[in-house]
Write a protein that binds this ligand. Structure first.
Ligand code: FE2
Ligand code: FE2
Length: 287
């Protein structure tokens, strides 16, 4: 028998062996943060990477962003998508490449779909309420369950065993903690820290199942948490058909939303499914 303590050591060692994300992410962040930079500057960096260029063109021409006549130049794609969306898309491509999970493609697809619906829902809430920068919230939503992909990279068989142990009264989150000794929230936040992503994004991943009050990043954590909840209640699961529900009174303590708003947020999550699918299709590396 493998005891949880040995398991945790094995998992954390496996985490150290995971690839880092592409250096292009840092370069794109630098250019997007510079108010003097232009679409041509950003295009210069991106066009050095053929696979990334092809994926961004595919995204700009997808059902969500397509302009008449089609887009064939990277600078036009950047203008159509906007700088911050390009930054999120580059990060998503880099994470997808770093966590190239071979085990269980339908599960991996479900996790990404859930991540994108959570991210888009969080962005829509932020756009409407002005609570936080919509693109920061999108990235936090996109990466909140990255620990699940890390588990599938590090220990695919034990993790699929966990999925098989899920019941209506025992969520995957609980099974992870009891069986592997560490949850995807903790593992994901460690991975994001290792990738040098902003602390706010790391903390949102760590706390999305138990958002805390009075924390510097409570609002971001809560926005991700309520969007995660909405994605689940819209039936867009991250592999777990019985996710732990967060009590409404907990969420309403954290966010200025009424209980009647939750139905609207779930509706938003359903509406975002189409664009999430388009985004997801664009992320795959070209053959
Ligand atoms: Fe989660
Ligand atoms: Fe989630």
């Amino acid at each position: 028998m493998v005891y949880p303590r040995e398991r945790i050591v094995g998992i954390l060692t496996g985490l150290e062996d995971l690839p880092t994300i592409s250096a292009v992410v840092a370069e794109v962040n630098r250019i997007v943060a510079d108010p003097e930079s232009s679409a041509a500057d950003l295009g210069d960096i991106i066009s050095r990477d053929q696979s990334l260029t092809a994926r961004l063109l595919r995204l700009a021409n997808s059902a969500v962003f397509a302009r008449r006549g089609g887009i064939s130049k990277i600078t036009d794609a950047i203008v159509a998508l906007g700088f911050t969306r390009v930054r999120s898309a580059v990060l998503a491509c880099a994470v997808r490449d770093a966590l190239d999970v071979q085990a269980d493609p339908p599960l991996v697809q479900a996790i990404w779909r859930h991540a994108l619906v959570t991210a888009s829902t969080a962005r829509r809430i932020s756009e409407v309420t002005g609570l936080r920068d919509p693109e920061e919230v999108f990235v936090a939503g996109l990466l909140h369950d990255v620990g699940r992909l890390a588990f599938l990279m590090i220990c695919p068989e034990p993790y699929r065993g966990c999925l098989g142990s899920v019941t209506p009264s025992r969520s995957l989150y609980d099974v992870e903690r009891e069986t592997l000794g560490i949850t995807h929230a903790e593992l994901g936040s460690r991975l994001l820290m290792r990738w040098n992503l902003p602390l706010s994004i790391t903390i949102a991943a760590a706390g999305h199942h138990q958002p805390e009050r009075g924390h510097e990043h409570s609002l971001l954590m809560s926005l991700v948490s309520v969007s995660n909840e909405a994605a689940n209640r819209a039936g867009v699961f991250a592999g777990d058909p019985y996710p732990r529900e967060l009590p409404w009174n907990r969420l309403s303590e954290l966010l200025p939303l009424r209980e009647s708003d939750l139905d609207r947020v779930i509706g938003t999550a359903k509406e975002e499914l189409g664009s999430a699918e388009a985004f997801l299709g664009s992320l795959a590396a070209p053959a």
